[in-house]
Design a binder for this molecule. Structure first.
Ligand SMILES: N[C@@H](CCC(=O)N[C@@H](CS)C(=O)NCC(=O)O)C(=O)O
Length: 203
């Protein structure tokens, strides 16, 4: 299988982390995709041009980080990242929605900073900065939830990859005033899979 990624994408990072956590390095070849450039040869592989993208050995391609993580996690028949089912599913999906909402906002901010300086929108940056601040306050309250303290799951992975964008967003200083969230993040950030996939500071 081939997993197409870019080094700075938090969504692709989620899939790269699952590859490492599940010991799939021998089965999944990780390839750098050229995104956001006209005429990129990658568009012939994945017409949407987004990463992550998992091209299975049978030629079928999967897009969307959550789907790819679930698929990779299920390959050994012992899914470890799956969220609870049954009555607890709604609560888990509520929290996953909050984590993804923050990740999506931070990605817009990150994308804005990746543009040439004269093309950046101060309005978009202001909007996403404020959203991120509100979401961090919310997560400081939600982080005590039992689903955030069980074995690493898709929900925790989403939140941790969002928080990890601090490496790329100089003004995303979420730790001050958020001791519970900071304490939660620390051991996760130290896992081998997180250290090995950490985004670079370069935008
Ligand atoms: N909802 C998608 C989002 C993926 C996404 O937006 N990836 C960005 C990188 S962070 C991308 O590929 N951008 C390239 C483009 O928009 O052309 C997921 O969860 O996988």
């Amino acid at each position: 299988m081939k997993l197409y990624v870019t080094p700075g994408s938090p969504y692709a990072r989620m899939a790269r982390i699952v590859v490492r956590e599940k010991g799939l390095a021998g089965r999944v070849e990780i390839l750098a995709a050229q995104t956001r450039s006209a005429e990129s040869p990658y568009y012939r592989i994945n017409p949407s041009g987004r990463v992550p993208y998992l091209l299975r050995d049978d030629g079928v391609g999967l897009e969307e980080s959550a789907l790819i993580c679930d698929y990779l996690d299920s390959l050994d028949g012992r899914p470890a990242f799956a969220l609870p089912a049954g009555d607890e599913a709604w609560e888990a999906r509520r929290l996953e929605g909050l984590a993804r909402s923050m990740l999506d906002g931070l990605s817009v901010w990150n994308r804005e900073l990746a543009r040439p300086e004269n093309e950046r929108s101060p309005g978009v940056i202001r909007h996403e900065t404020a959203r991120a601040g509100r979401m961090i306050d919310l997560w400081e309250k939600e982080i005590g939830h039992p689903f955030m303290h069980s074995a690493l799951n898709l929900l925790q992975l989403t939140l941790a990859c969002a928080l990890g964008l601090e490496a790329r967003l100089p003004d995303f200083r979420w730790r001050p005033g958020h001791p519970r969230l900071s304490a939660w993040f620390e051991p996760i950030a130290q896992r081998e899979s997180f250290v090995a996939t950490a985004p670079s500071a370069a935008v």
